[in-house]
Design a protein around this ligand. Structure first.
Ligand SMILES: Nc1nc2c(c(=O)[nH]1)N=C([C@H](O)[C@H](O)COP(=O)(O)OP(=O)(O)OP(=O)(O)O)CN2
Length: 266
């Protein structure tokens, strides 16, 4: 089973007077919009088997066309309606729009299957809807820290064999990016500022600008690898989010390496 994702990018002008500016660049945004409007990035994930004759699960152009046909119209209609009524496009309403897109697209990809739709609310937060109609909220945070990878039970030579330059005595630093994904019990009352406060106070602030190997008891007998930091984050937050269930923690050590943890059952 493969999963293939296409990101569709489009803009919605909240006020339709002047017509929709379509443009010719779907890499940037199509419709292009007149200037500074609602810019929507929707990740459309389809699962299925790869056909031996083409090497395609499904042609990306087909995902793109089908998703645009349904989603662009729904976003246009719903955003304009909300603006006309003087209402914010808040998270709950964004979920409703996403649900409508999900309903409109769900049966469009047979014999393949639409497996998730992910809307970037901005580059650092997103809402995801998947097979079981589950809606998840994800937000990114960051911290900077130094660490050294070392095992006291190894000789110096063994340490350098295992950890290479990461065993350097003075340590080295990373700007870590942490993505927390949770399932709110109720989107209307989901307190995302409490969510942010908890993640910052309980986890980010404890690690930010620290030497993880030296300053944190948690790592006295444990290497601060990205794997262990991800579990540390999960264990710290798993029962602490108000009105939301923690679903996944993903930590990037740099833009080429990240680790995802979804608890022991995940
Ligand atoms: N499984 C893991 N392997 C490594 C981890 C880790 O947390 N888990 N961490 C490191 C080091 O922290 C290191 O800084 C990152 O290693 P690496 O990507 O190899 O280093 P660079 O970014 O400098 O990449 P180069 O290819 O060496 O330029 C190592 N392994």
């Amino acid at each position: 089973m493969h999963r293939l994702t296409r990101q569709i990018r489009f803009s919605v002008d909240p006020f339709p007077n002047g017509g929709d500016a379509e443009g010719f660049n779907s890499y940037c945004s199509k419709p292009a919009g007149h200037g500074f409007g609602f810019f929507i990035c929707l990740n459309v994930e389809v699962e299925g088997s790869v056909q031996p004759d083409t090497g395609f699960l499904i042609n990306l152009a087909e995902i793109d066309a089908k998703a645009r046909r349904v989603a662009v119209n729904i976003y246009k209609k719903r955003i304009r309606q909300l603006i006309a009524e003087g209402k914010n496009v808040n998270l709950q309403r964004t979920c409703e729009i996403l649900r409508e897109c999900w309903g409109g697209l769900r049966s469009s990809f047979t014999p393949q299957k639409l497996s998730s739709l992910e809307q970037l609310v901005n580059p650092y937060k997103k809402i995801t809807i998947s097979g079981d109609n589950m809606l998840l909220y994800s937000e990114k945070f960051e911290f900077a820290a130094t660490h050294k990878l070392w095992n006291d039970n190894f000789s110096e030579e063994q340490n350098f064999d295992h950890f290479g330059k990461c065993a350097n005595p003075e340590g080295h630093g990373h700007n870590y990016v942490v993505e927390i994904t949770a399932e709110p019990e109720n989107w209307k009352d989901f307190d995302r500022f409490d969510f942010q406060k908890k993640v910052n106070e309980l986890f980010i602030d404890k690690l930010d600008h620290k030497n993880l190997s030296r300053d944190l008891d948690y790592y006295k007998k444990l290497n601060p690898t990205v794997e262990n930091i991800t579990v540390h984050c999960w264990n710290t937050l798993s029962d602490k989010l108000k009105g939301a269930k923690l679903k996944s923690v993903r930590i990037w050590e740099n833009d080429r390496a990240y680790c995802t943890y979804k608890g022991e059952q995940g």
